[in-house]
Write a protein that binds this ligand. Structure first.
Ligand SMILES: [Zn+2]
Length: 282
């Protein structure tokens, strides 16, 4: 059911009981639905006939019931266990990012300013590890445009480390997943979502922040009754924040400010896991 006149979001698991622990993909799926709800041209930017793009397009834009479309998404991408159940226990990186490499490709060309040697690399993983004192925004930009590994023969004593870096995205690059899971917890508290860049420009193409998944680690709970954790998600829309949790009721709700997330559940610590940027221009 759609909440508060917003858009329909997925339930945790699968209604038919064939899938479990789906919160590792639910935040990404909700973010896709939000992007399509906000932008009538969104699906048209999911170019490519590879499996991941095809199932994303069918999930976000298909006509059937949302639960059926989620089931189809899971069946297409994940292996079943011996009992026939799809158990998506794990982390979001392996469930989504590892399967979305072609959709996330950035071509990095580095030219040595001294000898003009050129090295071209394709990058498809964006793991942010800020150094002390570096802002999250700077760390994200540095992760995307990081210089390619050293490739000149410095032993000749001629080349400095200076490299001119240019970036290009393929036509089929429609998503940049920024992995925030290795950032120190104090800089990826959900209140810092507002500090993420709303837009990222790569090779002249604009990518817009779609949503940010957040994670509760139950080990941090004061009562420690549970183990493991749970993913939920925050999305931005017209001066409001939308908070999605496939296990909660309501599953989607408007929150006035990000600090309200911490009040939704008691005694838990949220950290941001991944920021999804979607292509917004051609
Ligand atoms: Zn050189």
């Amino acid at each position: 059911m759609a909440s508060e006149g917003l858009f329909e979001v997925p339930e945790w698991g699968c209604q038919e009981g064939t899938s479990t622990n789906t919160c590792t993909i639910d935040g990404f799926l909700a973010t896709l639905l939000c992007a399509k709800w906000k932008d009538p041209f969104f699906l048209g930017r999911l170019l490519g006939d590879d499996l991941f793009t095809t199932v994303c397009r069918q999930f976000a834009g298909g006509k059937g019931k949302l639960s059926e479309r989620k089931k189809a998404f899971i069946e297409a991408l994940y292996p079943t266990a011996d009992d026939g159940e799809y158990d998506l226990w794990g982390d979001e990186q392996s469930m989504i990012h590892e399967r979305a490499k072609r959709q996330s490709e950035i071509v990095v060309t580095a030219t040595c300013v001294d000898c003009y040697q050129e090295l071209i690399e394709t990058r498809d993983a964006f793991i942010v590890r800020p150094f002390e004192g570096e802002s999250l925004v700077d760390a994200i930009h540095a992760t995307i445009a990081a210089p390619v590994r050293d490739f000149c023969d410095k032993e000749l004593g001629y080349c400095t480390e200076k490299k001119e870096v240019t970036l290009r995205v393929n036509e089929t690059t429609w998503m940049i997943p920024i992995d925030l899971s290795q950032c120190p917890a104090h800089i990826v508290n959900p209140v810092h979502i507002a500090k993420l860049p709303p837009l990222i420009t790569v090779g002249g193409v604009v990518f817009q922040l779609g949503g940010v998944t957040v994670y509760i680690n139950y080990k941090d709970r004061a009562d420690r009754k549970k183990s493991g954790g749970h993913y939920s998600c925050v999305m931005w829309h017209e001066m409001k924040w939308l908070y999605y949790d496939g296990m909660a009721a309501p599953k989607l709700q408007t929150i006035r400010k990000l600090s309200d997330i911490n009040r939704l559940k008691e005694n838990v610590v949220f950290t941001c896991k991944c920021a999804y940027y979607f292509r917004a221009s051609d």
